[in-house]
Design a binder for this molecule. Structure first.
Ligand code: SF4
Length: 414
């Protein structure tokens, strides 16, 4: 949306500055996201009471009645309207036309903004699909984003070619349910076909995959994936629970045994693979025994990092109406236990890297250090006088500090 405004000669300023128009891209993934969306909408009007405040996106899509009650908002737009954001704002200025929220489920094609990817200095986030058909019982996303719609491969490839010419070395492939990429095409073309094409693009050195549905990882998929030398050996597999009956209530479609064999496929295929995950604690009816099963499974699998979410009921989802909702204290306790486990694993993992040589793509200066990531996504910091930004260098790990590796540039860099 920022790029769409730039194309139309608008000037973009920092959110904290006084602006004429504020576009708030709201989120609804948790109760906290709803609250933050409301706070930011109000804050915008406080910064400039004469501004036009536009609420767009997922929270608006699923909670229209709530949003309409917020007096600070001038223009309300649903998820489908992002693609025409500039036109809607201009219409509002000219004709005061307000509120446009279509049924997101009716949307059958990917709303492609064109070549307007968000880029950091070294890395570009490439969204390849929108929507999800899985309907996990806790998740509001399908109601906010609609059905699976995939972006045309030729548009994705063209965009990556353009950004690689601008010096970007790493792309992150994301979407709402990336594993479903291509499912809606009338021809057979899947995520792995797309990755094979991206791997051929000159200038791109690393392809990172965003959060993945575990069931995507099969022997067949990985046998093609390992041939792609640019794929980063970091996989974020959203497990959500380490107890099969909890998974069933969540409508996740795998058992913990299946998940374990998926992990084994990756560990056998990539020696230096790093696995991270998301876990929900306190899902309705999660007993102490079920939580213990999760804890023990996580201890066994040993993820490098775990993102722990305390379950929060989302209106309109199946789980919000389930009996035996878990109390806040119990969720807190379970979350604390898993965060402790995550820290232990992360420290152990990093200790194993001390003394090793790794390759780092440096991103930016941070205090005295240049920081960047290994291809398997460990943060590395190096003290260095010359500019290292957007350079790939070999470094020797000499220690660790605050869950980052500290390293020095190896002598054999060219
Ligand atoms: S697969 Fe992901 S996005 Fe889709 S419903 Fe489940 S949690 Fe939500």
């Amino acid at each position: 949306m920022i790029q769409a405004f730039i194309k139309n000669n608008y000037e973009i300023v920092d959110f904290n500055e006084k602006a004429d128009i504020y576009i708030i891209n709201t989120c609804t993934v948790t109760n906290m996201s709803d609250r933050k969306s409301r706070q930011i909408l109000r804050q915008a009007k406080k910064t400039n009471k004469n501004s036009i405040v536009v609420a767009v996106g997922c929270y608006v899509q699923v909670a229209k009645e709530e949003v309409e009650k917020i007096p600070e908002i001038d223009l309300i737009l649903g998820t489908n309207e992002k693609i025409d954001i500039v036109k809607h704002v201009q219409d509002f200025i000219n004709e005061k036309k307000n509120i446009k929220i279509d049924n997101v489920m009716d949307n059958k094609t990917y709303g492609d903004f064109g070549s307007v990817t968000y880029t950091e200095k070294t890395r570009a986030v490439i969204k390849v699909q929108d929507g999800c058909d899985r309907f996990c019982t806790y998740c509001v996303i399908p109601y906010a984003r609609g059905r699976v719609r995939s972006r045309k491969p030729e548009n994705i490839i063209e965009e990556i070619k353009t950004i690689s010419k601008n010096g970007i070395k790493e792309v992150v492939i994301t979407g709402i349910h990336v594993a479903s990429y291509g499912k809606d095409f009338s021809f057979k073309y899947e995520l792995i076909d797309l990755l094979e094409e991206i791997n051929k693009i000159d200038g791109i050195k690393r392809i990172r995959l965003g959060s993945l549905e575990p069931l995507l990882i099969t022997n067949e998929f990985v046998s093609r994936l390992v041939k792609l030398e640019k794929i980063c050996h970091h996989f974020h597999l959203s497990l959500q629970s380490g107890c099969t009956s909890t998974l069933k209530r969540m409508n996740r479609r795998y058992t913990i045994e299946q998940f374990e064999s998926i992990v084994n496929i990756l560990r056998q295929s990539y020696e230096d693979v790093i696995l991270t995950t998301d876990i929900i604690v306190g899902f309705p009816d999660e007993t102490d025994e079920e939580f213990d099963l999760t804890y023990n499974f996580l201890k066994k699998i040993k993820f490098y990092k775990m993102h722990i979410f305390k379950y929060s009921p989302r209106k309109g989802t199946v789980a919000a109406n389930m009996k035996n909702q878990i109390s806040g204290n119990v969720k807190e306790e379970r979350s604390k236990k898993l965060l402790e486990l995550s820290d232990i694993n992360e420290n152990e993992f990093l200790d194993n890297y001390i003394g090793k040589d790794v390759e780092v793509l440096f991103e930016e200066k941070d205090g005295d250090y240049y920081k960047g990531h290994t291809q398997n996504y460990i943060m590395v910091k190096v003290k260095y006088d010359d500019n290292l930004e957007n350079q790939i260098r070999n470094v020797k790990v000499i220690g660790k500090e605050n869950l980052s590796l500290i390293a020095e540039i190896s002598n054999h860099n060219n």
